[in-house]
Design a protein around this ligand. Structure first.
Ligand code: ADP
Ligand code: FDM
Ligand code: MG
Length: 215
């Protein structure tokens, strides 16, 4: 019998909602319970494409808006062979941002429609579970100031949040909204319980393709 595949689990959410904190805690908890798990993040700034993106986010370089959108997508596609290999080996991948950030951030720019923004990511490995860490801007502000990277302003983040709300209406994606205003341990318990269910289901279902129903 073929061995069981790992689950593809994605955390999305507004800035400072706790995505990175929770991805790390989830991977640790899964590993401690004997389930193979690894963390990934997008953008992955370590590749050649990722370095172009990183320099753009740090405002060290400028890139045309369509171009950078396609680079973010290419940065996911270049990691697909590795992702599939790990999933097939039974490793659960816990991913900090994915195509949803890609579509939400670019479509928040003037002149971009959500549909165009989703297209380059159609066919990526479809997450078994996408958790959206929900936090209102006032509470996010209590967790520290915005950094100095591109997109880190409250006006832009508000538009991004609206785009995420639209993406969450898509029933072909297994969205769960998580109340990120609780303390770190309570948020973790919530995320862990959704993840354990997704891992069980993934063992019995083939990996899907993202947004394939989008015409
Ligand atoms: P994100 O990756 O979503 O931007 P981080 O995980 O980097 O968020 O967390 C942003 C800041 O908020 C960090 O200083 C982190 O320690 C803190 N933080 C994370 N989760 C919570 C929480 N549930 N309650 C209070 N502070 C938190
Ligand atoms: N971002 C992230 C995008 O604009 N498009 C994408 O496809 C992805 C994955 O990059 F501002 C944005 C979102 C955020 C920045 O920040 C990455 P972190 O701190 O590395 O998550
Ligand atoms: Mg983060």
């Amino acid at each position: 019998m073929a061995s069981k595949r790992g689950a593809l689990i994605v955390l999305e959410g507004v800035d400072r909602a706790g995505k990175t904190t929770q991805c790390k805690k989830l991977v640790e908890a899964l590993q401690q319970s004997g389930r193979p798990a690894e963390m990934m993040r997008f953008p992955d700034r370590t590749t050649t494409i990722g370095q172009l993106i990183s320099s753009y986010l740090e405002k060290k370089s400028d890139l045309e808006d369509h171009t950078v959108h396609l680079l973010f997508s290419a940065n996911r596609w270049e990691l697909v062979p590795l992702m599939k290999k790990k999933l097939e080996q039974g490793i659960t991948l816990v991913v900090d941002r994915y195509a949803f950030s890609g579509a939400a951030f670019t479509s928040a720019k003037p002149g971009f429609c959500l549909d165009w923004c989703m297209k380059p990511d159609v066919g990526l490995p479809k997450p078994d579970l996408v958790m959206f860490l929900q936090l209102n801007p006032a509470e996010a502000a209590l967790r520290g100031q915005f950094g100095i990277e591109r997109y880190e302003t409250s006006a832009f983040q508000k538009l991004v949040q609206q785009k995420f709300q639209l993406l969450m209406k898509d029933p072909s994606v297994n969205w769960k909204v998580i109340d990120a205003s609780q303390n770190i341990e309570d948020v973790h318990d919530n995320i862990k319980s959704h993840s354990l269910k997704a891992i069980n289901t993934a063992e019995r279902t083939p990996l899907g393709e993202l947004w394939k129903s989008v015409s």
